[in-house]
Design a protein around this ligand. Structure first.
Ligand code: SAH
Ligand code: SF4
Ligand code: F3S
Length: 478
């Protein structure tokens, strides 16, 4: 658990950062008053949906909440509950509405309780309208562009009994150096860019996260140096398409993702570097070379395929073909033989036929993915594909099932290739099912369970991979 605020950072903090620190001070007063009233420290709970970006944003929310005096809890039986939402597929939306109904019941018993909603779903007007109409017990709503104002918004919520809604359409503002509390002391995500400019025709992310903005390389390296000093050993560089990092930076800061990765690896104390996500259209030979030559870079590339059919890829606006994707995979596997390749695939995109899914399955067989996240296409209002003729479930569901079968077979075969070898793992936690075991993560991202105790958490150890169980191994420390 850590707090990135320190004197040196404060010296060169921007005006906005300073303003937010004034609100943090003010909010501390409000929380202290509440503590007096309750006769105990007030509790706050942040529930996170969605991707690594949201997970990182939640660490920023928890940073502010801790700073102003809340005790952080995992239970929604709290004095302040914040839902950090995702809207990439409809089921993500439905889960949030489900939680809101549930927490409404808790609030009935504790009228002083405050409920906030933020994140991607809040960038959609229709979601806001539904909440205003049917979920009146929500106190505060904000979006993905003004999360840095959280302390200010909390102050407003303490000062008013009305539902506060503050959504920004977009911003080019990046506010640095606010408090962050990490979930893991030994590993951390780092935003290197925000937003997305790719507009894949099925995807809502560019609409809810806004235009692509890269963070200054100096700020990124400074944050990573701070984290390394604070005990972080593994970092994950985060962006919707990290391969286009650097576009739009001022001339004196121009740097490619491959160059940034090289610089990041030079930071003392950082032992392993991951990144997420790579768009196949922008993955450069330079990047493959940097990964191959730099042991610190994890042997894992997540390379979303989405579809193996050229016609569907074109309609999706993905800017690559089945052939160019497979050539890229071949190049990667040749240059980095021990790499794990994972992917995302969508089934049921408008116009998709059984023949198109055959093409996708063919790519899965040829690319030999170590793992693949498969999704049924979900119609997102506002995206181009939403207005095209949709594929009925009777067609997409059987296609999804036969794709999943091949994905599982391939993943199992791939996992077997490391059995009997010894690999370096970062120990992350005590095994959930058996407390005599610990769980570690290999460079390729696969999990390994082996005998050990909590003193190992946060350290790198060598483990022999005794037995492969499909998606994970059991092993022995050597
Ligand atoms: N920027 C990342 C993806 C972020 S969203 C990239 O381009 O790789 C994560 C995954 O959700 C996507 O890769 C895609 O497979 C899936 N996804 C996005 N929109 C979807 C939709 N409308 N329906 C189903 N799956 C979707
Ligand atoms: Fe969505 Fe495509 Fe951007 Fe990924 S690259 S976030 S799938 S629009
Ligand atoms: Fe979801 Fe937003 Fe991430 S829509 S997948 S939380 S960028």
């Amino acid at each position: 658990m850590s707090d990135i605020l320190h004197a040196e950072v404060m010296d060169n903090a921007s005006e906005e950062t300073k303003r937010q620190f004034e609100y943090i001070e003010k909010a501390k007063g409000y929380v202290a008053d509440l503590a007096k009233e309750l006769g105990r420290t007030p509790k706050a709970c942040v529930v996170t949906f969605g991707c690594q970006m949201n997970a990182r944003d939640s660490e920023k929310l928890i940073g502010i909440l801790s700073k102003i005096g809340y005790e952080i809890t995992e239970s929604e039986e709290a004095d302040f509950v914040i839902y950090n939402t995702c809207t990439v597929r409809d089921n993500a939306d439905q889960r949030v509405f489900g939680r809101l109904g549930f927490v409404g019941g808790i609030k009935k018993k504790n009228p002083h309780m405050k409920i906030a909603l933020c994140g991607c779903m809040m960038q959609e007007q229709s979601a806001i309208e539904k909440i205003q109409k049917s979920y009146r017990h929500v106190d505060l709503i904000f979006g993905t562009h003004n999360i840095f104002k959280f302390a200010e918004l909390i102050c407003t919520a303490f000062e008013s009994d009305r539902m506060i809604i503050d959504i920004w359409k977009d911003t080019d503002k990046i506010v640095e150096d606010l408090p962050i509390v990490r979930k893991y002391p030994f590993k951390s995500g780092i935003n290197i860019m925000f937003g997305c400019n790719n507009f894949c025709t099925y995807c809502i992310v560019p609409y809810v996260r806004g235009r692509e903005r890269s963070r200054s390389p100096r700020d990124i390296i400074r944050e990573i140096e701070y984290l390394a000093n604070d005990g972080v050993k593994e970092i994950m560089l985060l962006g919707q398409n990290v391969n286009s990092y650097g576009r739009g930076l001022p001339e004196d800061e121009q740097i490619s993702f491959a160059e940034l990765l090289t610089e990041v690896c030079k930071v003392d104390g950082i032992k392993r570097v991951r990144f997420m996500t790579s768009h196949p259209k922008d993955l450069s030979d330079d990047l493959i070379k940097v990964i191959a030559e730099n042991e610190k870079v994890a042997r894992h590339i997540h390379l979303p395929l989405q579809s193996g059919s050229d016609e569907i890829l074109k309609k999706m606006n993905r800017h690559y073909t089945k052939e160019s994707y497979l050539n890229l995979v071949e190049k990667i596997r040749k240059t980095i033989p021990d790499v794990s390749l994972t992917t995302d695939i969508i089934v049921g995109f408008p116009g998709e036929t059984d023949g198109d899914v055959d093409e996708t399955i063919d790519v899965v067989r040829k690319a030999k993915f170590d793992n693949a996240f498969t999704f049924i296409y979900s119609k997102r209002t506002g995206t181009p594909a939403a207005s095209w003729e949709q594929v009925p479930e009777e067609v997409s569901k059987p296609n999804f099932d036969r794709l999943l079968k091949v994905v599982q077979e391939t993943a199992k075969e791939q996992a077997l290739r490391f059995e009997g070898q010894t690999h370096r793992v970062l120990v992350e936690e005590i095994n959930e099912q058996d407390e005599k075991l610990v769980t570690g993560r290999m460079s390729g991202n696969t999990l390994v369970h082996f005998p050990g105790d909590k003193s190992l958490i946060g350290s790198f150890v060598d483990v022999r991979l005794d037995e492969c169980h499909g998606f994970y191994y059991t092993g022995t420390m050597v």
